[in-house]
Design a protein around this ligand. Sequence first.
Ligand code: ATP
Ligand code: MG
Length: 651
Amino acid sequence: VHSAAERVLAGLDPEQRSAVTAPAGPVCILAGAGTGKTRAVTSRIAYRALTGDIAGRHVLAVTFTARAAAEMRSRLTVLGVQGVQARTFHAAALRQVRYFAPRLLAGRAMPELLDSKVRVVTLAAAKVGLRADRAAARDLAAEIEWAKSSLVEPGEYVVAAAKALRETPYEPARVADVFDAYERLKRGNGVIDFEDMLRAAVWGIEEHPDVAEQVRNQYRHFVVDEYQDVNPLQQRLLEAWLGGRDDLTVVGDASQTIYSFTGATSSYLVDFPRLHRGATVVRLVRDYRSTPQVVGLANAVISQARGAEARLRLELHGQRRPGPEPELRIFTDEPAEANAVAARCRALVAGGTPAREIAVLFRTNAQSEAYEKALSEAGVPYVLQGAERFFERPEVRQAMIALRAATRSADAGTPLPAAVVEALTAVGWAPDAPPPGGAARERWEALAALVQLAEEYAAQPEAEPGLTGFNEELARRAAQQHVPTVEGVTLASLHSAKGLEWDAVFLVGLAEGTLPTTYAKTMEQVEEERRLLYVGITRAREWLWLSYATARSPGGRARRPSRFLPQLDRSGGGERAGGAGPARRAERRRPQVVSCRICGATLLAGADRKLGRCPTCPSDIDEELYERLREWRQRVAGAQKVPAYVVFTDA
Ligand code: ATP
Ligand code: MG
């Protein structure tokens, strides 16, 4: 048994080992991305189980996503440890509530669990005299989720929202009314939402000593991964499970807090050492995941962070050998960006990188459509993760119905894009108006994606003209996308990518208004966007691509690059572990931003690396075309304030 435990330790560095072998009691691992936090907690469970200190069946390991939980279970099985419960908060709570329901409900049926609040919120809004469309209902639902996750009751909402500087979708008092009506409606109909389920788990323990005893007898050792994104309701449940005991290991990175809009707070992580006197506190700084170049960019992004979590910032030290230089690419429009990404994915797969080791990450789910299309056309299989499929979005379905209806009334002379805009406007879409609120914006963007599709479709010479042809095209695409793909390039939002890693990562759409989103107004909100970029960069093991388009569609309104991009240029570069070398060496390693003088591709290159041919440049560009391109790029750069580091190297 002990040799198995020794093997667990063999794969760890000294700091990780100190966390793994720490005696029973509070342990806190505070460390940056890719430093082996998840590996360390998994190893701690395995080590303690293999040395006979604990039994696997008494461990509850809480992770953030079902995928992370499954990975932890399979890793423990490989290490020879059985019976550990690795679950999300929701899954653990649901299991407990189901198990005790017959006893606590005295024969009454367990209430049905709402899979989405939106429908009930719409009814609740109507009850208090608000006519909320789907977008408004989604914003209200998000607000109610925040309140409930923050342990705020309807009567306390107005004060709490003011304290938290919430940007409320309606007058705070109105939101409170909807919240109250929503709670009554649910109760009246015998349904519960996700937060109610967590509350029921808490209540079961806090109000029923026999339940508490049984739960606490079952779970004796606790682990929480991604603890920086725990919310007050989840923390309350964790405390109910613990019941004053302290065999708890938490792991997190305040620089990766990306759910504060739903009530998560890194303060539990940050304050853990203070709240648990005598806790073993471990800091890890060696990054095992990414090449030094990727680590350099991650450090550059997070070194600019402001706000509360900045004081906990930990610089990462790359352990791996240098790899390919990260690339920054700028495109004229989103389809061009998506096509280039798809072409590169295909080249990577052809070069031997398995498709499942590649990810395209974006800020909002509405961005996925362009990539789904480009990848399908390039023949690259993909899997959409953690996002509603584009054609299943309610507003897209509604729009398709409206478009079909419009074929009967549209003037045959109207150009297709204009006819589409007209039809969508008729169902409440505003072509130019910046929509208020996150859900409203996503809806707006999904519909904008349809207009863009119409523009592309109309530009094809062989396309059947008019709305009828376009509707058939939409139906064909919708049908094709229902074909499930098992193995493929991951398309995921930055939020759903956390904790995961891939060999090659494409971070796309790095433009102002997308990352940061236009709805990030306060300093705190902008900082959360910065942390999202940090999470994105640190998902890459080998190869990282950053890109944006200067307009959404060809010839469309100009967009500026993300304000975070210029900060990447101040990257400290890929330093190996063992501290900063001589200043001059560090200086030499600083990546330099250079541009291909032919195609204008912007690359980050090590200053000491000789630049060869541009990897993406078509070889048949002649001097005349080059001059035209150069002129055009200079015009674009002048007009749109492309950051200063985008240099145009002259012949
Ligand atoms: P995140 O903050 O993104 O969740 P993390 O800190 O949890 O990252 P892990 O996912 O545990 O990091 O580890 C990152 C990668 O480094 C994994 O591939 C892991 O197997 C590897 N790794 C971790 N520790 C070591 C080590 N001591 N030696 C070699 N590889 C390691
Ligand atoms: Mg992790």
